[in-house]
Design a protein around this ligand. Structure first.
Ligand code: C5P
Length: 227
């Protein structure tokens, strides 16, 4: 299992300060909408400057028509990130097109598909997708697997079943992790580290419990000790 730290702080400087504090740890860093829209590729380059071994997950959750998604995936290739994601609800055609477009590169990032956002309750999810989270997340995972993606973003509660219906090598990345029972915030389906470990999760994403702490490096150390 790998730890992916969400860089969701209000400014580039604060994010880089956090990255600097984590420079000696074997962690992935997740760059989402907030940072990427504001700070762009410069920010990604600044991270790699602090430690070139940091792996970057660009969490932009692409969702558009197939050709536009494939174009965007190709632009992402130029950023030098190690992982990015698309929405599984964009459909198999779009996901396949993305993977096809990346075929010509010798080395490409890991590509994941978002199944259900971890902030959804079952009720909220069903209002949009007219099905329950478990059924639909499994279906989305199957679609992503059949489209050639490497894995999915899901909650820790879906990880095991998804691997059973796809393959044990099909990766799961789970946000909504509260390592030691911290406040859930807006996350609805939260799990702790032991749960994620038992569910064979490949990557856990932790944001607020780390970046809101006065000693984020200590929290990271404590989390890694549990792996
Ligand atoms: O602060 P917290 O640990 O809840 O952060 C979780 C991170 O994971 C946030 O950056 C959020 O955007 C992201 N995320 C999520 N649920 C998904 C996909 C990404 O919470 N399904």
């Amino acid at each position: 299992m790998k730890l992916c730290v969400a860089l969701d702080l209000p400014t580039k400087e604060e994010n880089l300060e956090l990255v600097y504090k984590l420079k000696d740890y074997d962690v992935w860093l997740k760059v989402g909408f907030r940072s990427y829209i504001r700070d762009g590729k410069d920010f990604l380059d600044s991270i790699k400057k602090i430690n070139p071994n940091f792996k970057i997950f660009l969490d932009l959750k692409l969702y558009d028509i197939p050709n536009t998604m494939a174009d965007a995936a190709e632009s992402i290739m130029g950023l030098g990130v190690d992982m990015f994601n698309v929405h599984a609800s964009s459909g198999k055609k779009a996901m396949k097109e993305v993977m096809k477009r990346l075929e010509k590169y010798d080395k490409r990032p890991i590509v994941l598909a978002v199944t259900a956002l971890t902030s959804f309750t079952n009720e909220e999810f069903s209002e949009i997708y007219t099905d329950n989270i478990t059924t639909k997340a499994n279906q989305f995972a199957k679609d992503a697997n059949e489209s050639g993606l490497d894995g999915v973003v899901c909650s820790a509660f879906e990880s095991k079943a998804i691997k059973d219906i796809t393959s044990q090598n099909f990766m799961t990345l789970t946000p909504g992790i509260r390592p030691f029972g911290e406040d859930a915030g807006d996350q609805k389906r939260v799990a702790d580290i032991s749960y994620a470990k038992n569910a064979m999760v490949d990557f856990i994403v932790v944001g607020r419990p780390i970046y809101q702490s006065k000693t984020p490096d200590e929290v990271v150390k404590k989390i890694l000790a549990k792996f």
